[in-house]
Design a protein around this ligand. Structure first.
Ligand code: FAD
Ligand code: DHB
Length: 391
């Protein structure tokens, strides 16, 4: 087969890139290691920055967000006996939207199918070739076991943290940075209306807790747990009791309503960046190039911001053989990536119990400043709602 751009990975980065390229008249073929059902069912992120929502709307992908998304003006930050609301709209004039990654993924699949764009699901053994030339190609085995080869003008590595694209960069020409955290999240989905109108990020000496949501009837909650935790060791009652303690059930009359848990999983936390984000005709986007710990809800938004930069760069390259934006892509994307890396690290280390009493005092001091000072609050708000794409 032959196309303009081979996109490896049908997560949000890959499918959105294919959509944006099509809008510019550029052809692509997407290959995905998992089945369509598996990709559709993955429960992951839940918050879209205002720039992500603007981009999705401008790309004609805003209908689901309008119908089912919920705009939030801010968040609550709390610690025992205190809860403070940060009003992002008042502080920086931007909001965020609660819209699950599963919903966005469904919108992207629907748009891809409506336009008849080719996606090879269940593709194994993807390998990238001749990336240093202007005729790179990708080989893989399709769902029926047939060997396939796609020749293209560029390859977009949108294959997440474990795909082959990152490793296709030559060893001597890439640099990586990594931080592993000494705690994980236990995340649950529950069929119960949220007990809060906006998200609650809670510092507690026993560990962090987060009350998020997916809709008026579905809650999403997280607990800080030690690395290596087995979700099976957390029966429903233990989860709800721990959430109640950390989120302050009973504090100023606030109540956490428990309900049936429909999904539970443990997520390890990591910061990771690989630089540069391009090599020859290979361009990385999203989790293929970087990972953030989830506190601050940046992972999905970074993937969206990357492809917003990459689509026009690849269009110029493929259509006009103009490499100006393609050459600038890695540097431009990494500036914003590192801002989000810092914000995610900062939110994570401010809110998670480390077991060190000195850390705890620093965290509480920082939380008091962020909630009491307009300057402190505006800094958090500006980063949480997302800096402009290309910042
Ligand atoms: P992905 O969504 O990972 O998509 C990459 C795709 O490439 C996948 O479909 C994968 O199957 C495919 N692929 C991999 N290898 C190959 C191959 N060899 N050939 C072909 N295809 C391949 N972010 C938040 O902001 N908040 C959260 O609460 C949150 N929770 C998360 C929970 C989990 C368990 C995980 C893993 C991530 C979470 N994230 C969260 C991060 C967020 O979901 C990611 O940042 C986002 O999915 C990035 O999109 P992406 O398209 O770059 O990568
Ligand atoms: C969600 C996840 C996050 O990491 C976060 O900071 C806020 C919300 C969520 O899954 O809803």
């Amino acid at each position: 087969m032959r196309t303009d751009v081979v996109v490896i990975g049908a997560g949000p980065a890959g499918l959105l890139l294919a959509h944006l390229l099509a809008a510019e008249g550029i052809e692509s073929i997407v290959i995905e290691a998992r089945t369509k059902q598996y990709v559709a069912a993955r429960i992951r992120a839940g918050i879209l920055e205002s720039a992500s929502v603007d981009l999705l709307r401008a790309a004609g992908l805003g209908a689901g967000i309008e119908a089912e998304g919920e705009e939030h003006r801010g968040i609550y930050l709390q610690w025992p006996h205190e809860r403070h609301h940060l009003d992002f709209t008042a502080l920086v004039g931007r909001s965020v939207w609660v819209y699950g990654q599963t919903q966005l993924q469904a919108d992207l699949v629907a748009a891809s199918e409506a336009a008849g764009r080719p996606v090879f699901y269940d593709a194994s053994g993807a390998a990238l070739h001749d990336l240093d030339s202007d005729r790179p190609y990708v080989t893989f085995t399709d769902a029926d076991g047939n060997g396939q080869r796609i020749d293209a003008l560029a390859v977009a590595g949108c294959d997440g943290a474990f795909g082959p694209s990152r490793a296709a960069m030559p060893d001597g020409q890439r640099e990586t940075w990594e931080r592993v955290y000494p705690y994980s999240w236990l995340g649950i989905l529950a069929d119960v209306p949220p007990s809060t109108d906006e998200l609650i990020y809670a510092w507690h000496p026993d560990g962090f807790a987060l009350h998020s949501m997916r809709s008026a009837t579905v809650s999403r909650l997280y607990l800080q747990v030690p690395n290596g935790t087995n979700a099976a060791d957390w029966p429903d009652d233990r989860i709800w009791d721990t959430l109640a303690t950390r989120l302050g059930h009973g504090q100023d009359g606030w109540r956490l309503t428990p309900g049936p848990i429909t999904e539970r999983s443990v997520l390890p936390m990591r910061s990771f960046v690989q630089s540069p984000m391009s090599h020859g005709r290979l361009f990385l986007a999203g989790d293929a190039a970087h990972t953030v710990p989830p506190t601050g809800a940046k992972g999905l938004n970074l993937a969206i911001a990357d492809v917003a930069l990459l689509a026009p760069a690849l269009s110029d390259l493929v259509r006009d053989n103009d490499a100006k934006l393609a050459d600038a892509y890695s540097g431009t994307a990494l500036r914003r990536v590192w801002r989000a890396e810092h914000f995610s690290w900062w939110m994570t280390t401010m809110l998670h119990a480390s077991g060190d009493p000195f850390d705890a005092q620093l965290q509480l001091s920082q939380l008091r400043w962020v909630t009491a000072s307009a300057a402190g609050a505006a800094g958090l708000a500006e980063n949480y709602t997302g800096l402009p794409i290309g910042f």
